[in-house]
Design a protein. Structure first.
Length: 568
């Protein structure tokens, strides 16, 4: 009797999980269509580089529309160009770092590997604050140079420009390239490279003709997501973008929130999403092509060797210097700024100045906005992570069962489609539908954007399930619900924990969606940090950012401990 009730409960849980998945997917499509709908209704014009409602005559409208095409094309090209240049910087640092952590033994190797979790648990806004703190006009680096040369001239002015955008984005994302490529590089078979050495090929030629093609699948699988992160970059461009250097994402936000020109925002959203879909299609094509050409069977990890040779040592020193200056120093700058009092700049002043103090943390915590922001962050992130992980697990199980019956490439592409939708476009679609959203809209919108990342982690774990185990399970029980609860869920538990933690950190650090929705009487730590920075309270903003980063890092640490415990 009890067993029968248990079966019914498991069946009901599976049914409602599938229903929830279907409703969220359909809701995402509906919101996306809503974000495109104003482009085909309200009049529009582009004037003076801005987007405004158009009520002109036919001739003026035609002139404005011609200018508008050029204006949108220029923004789109700039968005693609800055994302491509950011990706090149991430590759230029990430690939050498991947080689050294995969093949060489050196002091700090474990620390360098641990940096791969920084982009996951450190929101973009906090990294941007780090760059402002260290490289800003009154940042640590400028104060140091001013004190060193006894000058009141700012020596470093690159931050609020195109260079500042691509440097910040490239170095922020390089650990993702490093971690993915290093995992493959450490396990590449050596027979082809050894054969090339016997034929007299140098190490450079071996890399270009053998190793590169073996690494191509991992390079592509890490590069396209990084490109999309930079393509959809919002906070860094909003803070560092110069006049004429805006992107589609920022322009959509400004058109929707500042100009209230919904048709202009809708048109830009349609252009941005279309480009992202094309990028994902190219990703799917290149990934398939690279996988078939590489034909690489990964072996056991190779033993690590010491850094050898003058050129290799010099290359390692240069890469390490760049990582320290453009990645670690901004992170250290956040801590320094949060743990000191205000510093006055000027001729003869100390570049560190001030005194050690936790007063910034005290001001943040004692603020009347902190507890509501903390509560808003924890509640929305918990619900978003839970819903996203549920959807990722449901689709991973569905795809695993589907592949056993009749493999279809279409179902593998479905989880990639939400990656073509940005937070700002999703928030704008909700604005079109509801004018003013609420917390439920925020949670469901974040869920619809994040669940593909949860799916990828869970499906990677589920793919390791052997066909023999699957067949044995089907012999023991023909009910799908029994397989889900007694086989798939326990087997994927580590992937589920990783997925939940990632989704939690993503939601906790999301500034774009809450900012676009502008929820009444609602706050998060990321929004609180952004508003503090907007009021030039950088010490308090850094303190609030550290609190948010510590919360995310704590969840990552707990999840890693649970996963490691499961291996013992």
């Amino acid at each position: 009797m009890n067993f029968s009730v248990g079966k019914s409960a498991r069946g009901a849980a599976c049914f409602f999980s599938l229903l929830f998945f279907a409703l969220v997917v359909l809701g995402t499509v509906f919101v996306l269509l809503a974000s495109f709908s104003p482009a085909f209704s309200l009049p529009i014009s582009f004037s003076g580089g801005g987007l405004v409602l158009n009520g002109s005559d036919a001739a003026g409208e035609f002139s404005d529309n011609v200018f508008g095409v050029v204006f949108v094309a220029r923004i789109a090209l700039f968005t693609i160009f800055q994302a491509a240049m950011s990706l090149l910087i991430a590759l230029a640092i990430g690939l050498p770092a991947a080689f050294f952590v995969a093949r060489r033994r050196f002091f700090g190797r474990s620390f360098l590997l641990s940096l791969s979790s920084v982009p996951l648990c450190l929101p973009t806004l906090i990294m941007a604050l780090g760059y402002v703190t260290f490289f800003g006009m009154s940042g640590i680096a400028n104060r140091f140079l001013m004190a060193l040369f006894s000058s009141d001239k700012r020596f470093l002015t690159f931050l609020y420009s195109f260079a500042g955008i691509i440097i910040a984005q490239g170095f922020y994302n390089f650990p993702l390239i490093m971690a993915t490529v290093a995992e493959s590089w450490a396990r590449l078979p050596q027979n082809q490279a050894d054969s090339a050495r016997l034929l007299g090929a140098g190490e450079g030629r071996i890399f270009a003709t053998v190793t590169f093609y073996q690494l191509l699948p991992s390079i592509i699988s890490s590069s396209i997501p990084v490109f999309l992160y930079c393509f959809f970059s919002f906070m860094i461009v909003l803070l560092f973008g110069s006049v004429g250097g805006t992107t589609l994402e920022v322009q959509i936000y400004q058109a929707a929130r500042s100009s209230l020109d919904f048709r202009a925002a809708s048109l830009l959203a349609l252009v941005e999403t279309s480009i992202a879909v094309l990028i994902l299609w190219a990703y799917s094509f290149l990934e398939k092509k690279a996988g078939s050409r590489a034909e690489t069977l990964l072996s056991a990890p190779l033993p690590l060797k010491k850094i050898r040779g003058r050129w290799e040592s010099l290359f390692f020193a240069l890469a390490a210097l760049l990582v320290v200056v453009f990645f670690l120093f901004p992170l250290a700058g956040i801590v320094f700024n949060a743990c000191t009092t205000s510093v006055k700049s000027g001729v003869g002043s100390s570049f560190l100045g001030g005194r050690f103090s936790f007063s910034s943390f005290a001001k943040v915590v004692s603020s009347g906005q902190f507890l509501p922001a903390l509560s808003g962050t924890l509640s929305t992130a918990f619900m978003t992570a839970s819903f996203s992980t549920l959807m990722g697990f449901v689709y991973a199980v569905f795809l695993k069962i589907r592949e056993r019956k009749s493999p279809s490439r279409f179902f593998k592409v479905v989880p990639m489609l939400p990656m073509a939708v940005s937070s700002v476009v999703m928030g704008f679609g909700l604005m079109v539908l509801f004018r003013r959203g609420n917390v439920i809209h925020l949670i469901l919108a974040q869920t619809s954007l994040i669940w593909p990342f949860a799916f990828r982690q869970i499906y990677a774990q589920l793919s390791k399930l052997s066909d023999d185990t699957f067949d044995a399970d089907r012999l023991l029980s023909s009910r799908i619900s029994d397989s889900v609860f007694f086989l798939y869920f326990p087997y994927c538990l580590r992937g589920i924990i990783s997925a939940w933690t990632f989704c939690f950190a993503f939601s906790a650090g999301d500034t774009a969606l809450p900012l676009v929705l502008s929820l009444k009487d609602f706050n998060t730590l990321s929004l609180f940090t952004y508003r503090l920075a907007g009021r030039y309270k950088f010490h308090e903003a850094c303190a609030c950012g550290i609190i948010l980063a510590v919360i995310c890092a704590a969840f990552f640490a707990v999840s890693n401990k649970i996963k490691d415990g499961g291996r013992k």
